[in-house]
Write a protein that binds this ligand. Structure first.
Ligand code: LLP
Length: 417
């Protein structure tokens, strides 16, 4: 994204803002489709919908042969609303991956027949009591992990995720007690991982699969593929990554004497760069040495900067169509009653300024790489309604989520008496 922008996917930003209001999430379908194409060599691309779970996005990926992961009853419900079918097909369209079952979700996966990827020994027993004889997969914590932040590192003993790699034999026993077949293994060591760590996962998988043996018919590399947030960051070499996993899969298939299917489970890689958060500048003020642009979007809309100190690219869209603006050092923040409501964060420091084009009240600031973990992590904090979402496909903007109303905010609340 250049620092001065006028369009998203060929559509004028001020017109999108006027038609749908701000703050506004805008997704470009082409980016998602392009990214799906990069992963086509894998037998199964299973979208980690937690990244961006609007049912229109799920419908888009489903129509492009991408299957789906669900981490809650709500995500199973979304997947089905977008046309995915539950059931033990090979490969299953929906898989439930988690470290626990809440009661509602356990009932749901048993009643609908949604295959489960167990992230704790207790899940195996709880599922086995309800659905003896079924196939399951296990999410293994290989003892190491990595993420763009310690909060997104999902491997090693500092992480609560998965079944500890030294407990696989115990889990085989638990599964046997209920006649469950361990048909697949899965590893996801973190989100926004680097390739150095990701490239260690396939050999950990190979060792784990050999412990389980020939009941294994599928392996999943999990998600975690990094995406470029900063200018100059490259897209990862998915072909090389595939080859590494394909070699692992090939050795296992030879050992077991049957085909082993290879899955990948990306969230960020498919969704991050497709999404933009468009906000209007509502105040420009000088506070001592710091110049602030205050937007109508805050961390209620995009939590990643305050939560992880994450860097997001930003651009200014002049409402008057200017094609040149002088740059200045600015801090970009939102409307919320918290000092940490600042988008120009990096390396965990919350008031860091950035060089951006001059902006006035009524101009727009566009925050890029906001498609993954943007709207799905939004909240109603400060009683701000959730924003609308728009998907641009075939050159047209489609409203895929209505903006919440003020009545929506209090719809489920009751005053006693
Ligand atoms: N599979 C499992 C089991 C996961 O837990 C996740 C992400 C993924 C796949 C997809 O990971 P990805 O390809 O998107 O890296 N809110 C954080 C990210 C949390 C990721 C949680 N699990 C963020 O904004 O960076």
């Amino acid at each position: 994204m250049t620092p001065l922008v006028h369009e998203i996917a060929g559509l004028a930003i001020p017109e999108l803002a006027q038609q749908f209001g701000t703050p506004l999430y805008v997704y470009d379908a082409r980016t998602i489709l392009e990214r799906i194409g990069h992963l086509a060599a894998f037998d199964v691309v299973r979208y980690a919908q937690k990244a961006c779970s609007n049912i229109a996005i799920l419908d888009l990926v489903r129509k492009n042969n991408v299957l789906v992961d669900a981490v809650s009853a709500g995500e199973i419900h979304r997947a089905m609303a977008a046309g995915y079918k539950p059931g033990f097909n090979d490969p299953p369209e929906i898989v439930y991956t988690a470290d626990i079952f809440d009661h509602q979700t356990l009932d749901m996966v048993v009643e609908l027949g949604v295959p489960v990827n167990c992230g704790s020994p207790d899940m195996i027993s709880q599922y086995g009591q309800r659905a003896p004889g079924n196939s399951i997969t296990l999410r293994i914590n290989p003892g190491f992990g990595h993420g763009h932040s310690q909060k997104t590192n999902t491997g090693g003993e500092q992480s609560k995720h998965g079944i500890w790699h030294e407990q696989i034999e115990d889990c085989i026993e638990r599964a046997n007690e209920h006649g469950l077949t361990i048909a697949g293994l899965h590893m996801h060591i973190g989100s926004g991982t680097d390739m150095e760590h990701l490239s260690q996962v396939s050999s950990a998988m190979e060792q784990a699969a050999l412990v389980v043996g020939s009941s294994i018919t599928s392996i999943s590399a999990g998600g975690g593929l990094p995406t470029p947030y900063r200018d100059g960051d490259d897209l990862v070499d998915t072909a090389a990554y595939y080859e590494q996993w394909d070699a692992t899969r090939g050795r296992l298939a030879k050992e077991f004497g049957h085909h082993v299917s290879l899955e990948i489970e990306p969230g960020r890689y498919l969704a991050a760069e497709s999404g933009y958060l468009v906000a209007e500048v509502r105040a420009v003020k000088q506070m001592g040495g710091n110049r602030y642009y205050l937007l109508d979007a805050g961390f209620n809309n995009l939590a990643r900067p305050i939560m992880y100190g994450s860097y997001h690219p930003m651009a200014v869209c002049p409402a008057n169509g200017d094609t040149e603006r002088a740059h200045q050092q600015v801090v970009v923040g939102g409307p919320l009653c918290e000092s940490g409501d600042i988008f120009t964060q990096e390396d965990g420091g919350f008031v860091s300024s950035r060089s951006l084009p001059e902006a006035h009240v009524g101009d727009y600031v566009v925050i890029g790489c906001a498609g993954a973990y943007g709207h799905t992590m939004a909240s109603n904090y400060n009683s701000k309604p959730l924003t609308a979402e728009v998907l641009i496909s075939d050159g047209s903007p489609h409203l895929i989520r209505e903006r919440q109303s003020l009545d929506d905010l209090i719809r489920h609340e009751r005053i006693p008496g």
